[in-house]
Design a protein around this ligand. Structure first.
Ligand code: PA5
Length: 444
């Protein structure tokens, strides 16, 4: 198994019989996931995706990535939420948050359309100036305002730079297979298109063309990513808490939540996992946070956040538990040498790798936090490569589905996301929203 769930530090928080007590509920949820009989069951396409994906499209994605690598210095990826976070999380986890500064052999990858900040947009426009670039616009609905607005701008830039014909070969649309403005435009203009499968929701779509094109452009091996996910799919198909750490994790979350833990903080000691934390927050936040229920998903990078949130975690309200991702062997390590005059008093750290020091800081922190009555569950991985990241993605996706059913919600819809959109359209004067506008202006 690529992930080893270390529950050693939960001994004071969860007793063995509690796992026995929750097991019938796990069994029931396992059944409704597999038989596709639960709420939102038409969005279970991610379940078998690691083996049952569209191979023809996968090859086209890889081919498109090769073309972009040859003809572009920059790839602008336009999308928001599930149409953005997964790709960025994978690229940063495996390359680096600084990949655009460090890698000269692959195009720079910039993500836009995830805010409406004109300052950010202008910065990206400046970065594309005088550089050959391509655009991958991703929107399942094809109507989300933030990416649509950004696409309007980058489409015009491409057309001005390369002419309509030239622009055509630099625009890649990832959208619904039939519906939506983006699909119609792609058909009309002859853009290369990829599909977001009908039965895969945005936040579960990283292993489709949604995530894979940018990931492949960044130089990563998408085959290995799928293989890792396929291994996880096999490992997590067994309904046994001693053999299936994904279900065990979901059980732990639910047991702790019932004991009043309202917040889960996904912790890691590696800044390259910052975006994985953002992806995790969307996955669990949109899947569980409904009907007045749900664990609030948060994330932190230690040691950074030990010096900001550490005080709260240790001594503040006892509302949270931590899920710690521990990567035991860093991609590159750093050996600490003796310094002759020991000017900084740090020679006690000498003659070891920084990776070993991280392990000690992690252990020290877990011990401190658990003694401060903050339960800690540790997800241990030997290393991080495409295989492990594919594995982790599937681990969290399945744990999320299991958690949602244990909580009694539909894990696959997100009705709440629409509320702000309705008000936004009304305030921006979109036709059809006049009544909403009148009602909210009365409230302001
Ligand atoms: O999980 C979801 O489905 C959403 O968060 C979407 O990913 C997000 O709203 C973007 O939607 P779209 O891809 O339709 O532009």
């Amino acid at each position: 198994m690529s992930i080893c769930l270390n529950a050693k530090y939960l001994e004071n928080f969860i007793k063995d019989y509690e796992f026995e007590n929750i097991f019938p509920f796990i069994q029931k949820a396992h059944e409704i996931i597999n038989n596709k009989t639960g709420a939102g069951n038409n969005f279970l396409g991610w379940l078998n995706l690691p083996v049952n994906y569209n191979k023809e499209e996968f090859e086209r994605v890889v081919k498109a990535a090769e073309k972009i690598k040859k003809d572009s210095k920059v790839l602008v990826v336009i999308g928001i939420g599930g149409s953005y976070l997964g790709a960025r999380a994978v690229i940063e986890a495996l390359n680096s948050p600084m990949h655009n500064l460090l890698r000269e052999d692959v195009p720079k990858i910039y993500f836009v359309g995830n805010s409406i900040s004109p300052t950010y947009l202008n910065d990206i426009i400046k970065l594309c100036k005088d550089k050959d670039f391509s655009v991958n616009v991703i929107s399942k609905s094809g109507t989300t305002t933030e990416p649509a607005l950004a696409f309007r701008i980058f489409k015009k830039m491409l057309e001005d730079r390369y002419g309509e014909q030239g622009a055509k070969s630099r625009i890649y649309c990832t959208t619904d297979k039939e519906k939506g403005v983006l699909r119609s435009l792609a058909l009309k203009n002859g853009y290369e298109t990829f599909c977001v499968p009908d039965d895969v929701g945005g936040r579960f779509s990283v292993l489709t063309a949604v995530g894979l094109l940018a990931i492949a452009v960044s130089g990563l091996n998408v085959n290995r990513l799928m293989e890792g996910a396929a291994k996880a799919m096999a490992d997590f198909s067994i309904c046994d808490l001693n053999k299936n750490c994904c279900y065990k994790y979901a059980a732990i979350r639910n047991i702790l939540h019932r004991k009043g833990k309202m917040v889960e903080m996904l912790v890691s000691y590696f800044p390259n996992l910052l975006l994985l934390g953002e992806w995790f927050k969307q996955l669990f936040g949109e899947s569980e946070g409904k009907d007045g229920k749900g664990i609030f998903p948060a994330s932190a990078i230690f040691s950074t956040d030990l010096h900001s949130l550490g005080q709260y975690i240790q001594e503040g309200s006892k509302i949270l538990f931590e899920t710690v991702i521990n990567i035991k062997s860093p991609k590159e390590d750093f050996y600490i040498k003796q310094v002759e005059d020991n000017f900084d008093g740090l020679n006690f750290l000498a003659n070891q790798n920084m990776g070993d020091i991280v392990q000690k800081v992690l252990k020290a922190t877990v011990l401190a936090h658990t003694s401060g009555m903050v339960p800690n569950v540790i997800l241990e991985l030997e290393r991080l490569s495409e295989f492990e990241v594919g594995y982790i993605i599937y681990f969290f996706e399945k744990a999320c589905a299991m958690s949602g059913y244990l909580l009694g919600v539909n894990p696959f819809n997100q009705p709440g996301v629409e509320s702000y959109k309705k008000n936004m359209f009304a305030l921006l004067g979109k036709p059809g929203y006049e009544n909403v506008r009148a009602s909210i202006l009365g409230n302001i």
